[in-house]
Design a protein around this ligand. Structure first.
Ligand SMILES: Nc1nc2c(ncn2[C@@H]2O[C@H](COP(=O)(O)OP(=O)(O)O)[C@@H](O)[C@H]2O)c(=O)[nH]1
Ligand SMILES: [Mg+2]
Length: 277
């Protein structure tokens, strides 16, 4: 993976001509070349993120102008929706707060129903660096994965999770790896990319509540989707406040453990995942 990534970087500044269009488009790498043909959507869940959401939308567009951006706001009491719209995003405004899982699933359903073949989740607080999108998309475009997780811990990045969160992250890494029979270092990372097979699943069935990403990882694996982690560098939150407090994280950690256990006995909601076109 790392070797291929280095090779891709060396092959930058590619130029190809489109027969269908009169213009000759300059594409900067083979990954972009392949992704250009695929309709792709960035889903940005945002709750009271007026200070950072415009920059997130702009950075996604800068990193890859082919992305449409949808901001899901379900109950912000600040100007998140207006700011996001001003930045050029489509805003899905829900009448009341569904929580992060419901917000993200709304984005997945929007992507599925509107024919997108790739969707990425990017937090509205600016912690996810859109410069990493190309790396996140690479395994999807190579058809080696259905779900790609951007992991803070898979590489040699310097990201240090808050001390209070580290035992939880480690515990989940261990349990999820055991359940999905593959080493997953960062199952709670919400920086992820999915293809249409995963969109079909997540738009029909997605866990709700906090740490839904852990459950979603297990759900995807148990539904036969291929999960790949790629190392990403993540930023610290600079604006606003995290919605996850210490007491809440303990409560949710306990709930997620039960949910992961229950998921082992659950029948899949989606039986026939469509094949990738
Ligand atoms: N739409 C929506 N977004 C949410 C909700 N809860 C959290 N978010 C967003 O999800 C992203 C991640 O949440 P955050 O509190 O930063 O979680 P942390 O990074 O794990 O501390 C941020 O962009 C939040 O604004 C919610 O109930 N609804
Ligand atoms: Mg955050």
């Amino acid at each position: 993976m790392a070797r291929r990534w280095r090779r891709q970087r060396r092959n930058r500044n590619y130029t190809i001509g489109f027969v269908a269009s009169e213009a000759v488009q300059t594409l900067s790498s083979p990954v972009e070349e392949r992704s250009a043909a695929r309709k792709r959507l960035a889903i940005v869940p945002a709750l009271n993120e007026e200070a950072s959401v415009a920059r997130v939308v702009a950075e996604i567009r800068e990193a890859d102008p082919g992305f449409d951006v949808v901001v899901v706001d379900d109950g912000s009491i600040d100007r998140t929706s207006a700011v996001a719209e001003g930045a050029g995003a489509t805003v899905l405004r829900l009448p009341f707060n569904l929580g992060i899982g419901g917000a993200v699933q709304t984005g997945y359903r929007y992507a599925y129903e509107n024919g997108y073949s790739i969707a990425v989740q990017v937090d509205g607080d600016g912690q996810h660096d859109p410069d990493e999108l190309e790396r996140l998309l690479a395994p999807l475009l190579a058809r080696e994965a259905d779900v790609v997780i951007g992991s803070r811990f898979a590489g040699s990045g310097s990201y240090r999770a808050q001390l209070s969160r580290r035992p939880g992250i480690r515990l989940f890494a261990w349990i999820v790896s055991l359940v999905v029979r593959k080493r997953i270092t960062d199952s709670s990372s919400s920086f992820r990319a999915v293809n249409r097979r995963a969109l079909a699943l997540f738009s029909a069935d997605y866990p709700h509540g906090f740490l839904e990403t852990v459950e979603a990882t297990v759900l995807a694996a148990r539904s036969g989707l291929r999960i790949v982690e790629v190392p990403v560098v993540m930023r610290e939150r600079t604006e606003g406040t995290s919605t996850l407090t210490f007491a809440r994280s303990l409560w949710y950690a306990a709930k997620v453990l039960v949910a992961v256990f229950v998921s082992l006995f659950r029948r899949p909601v989606v039986h026939h995942l469509e094949e990738e076109p």
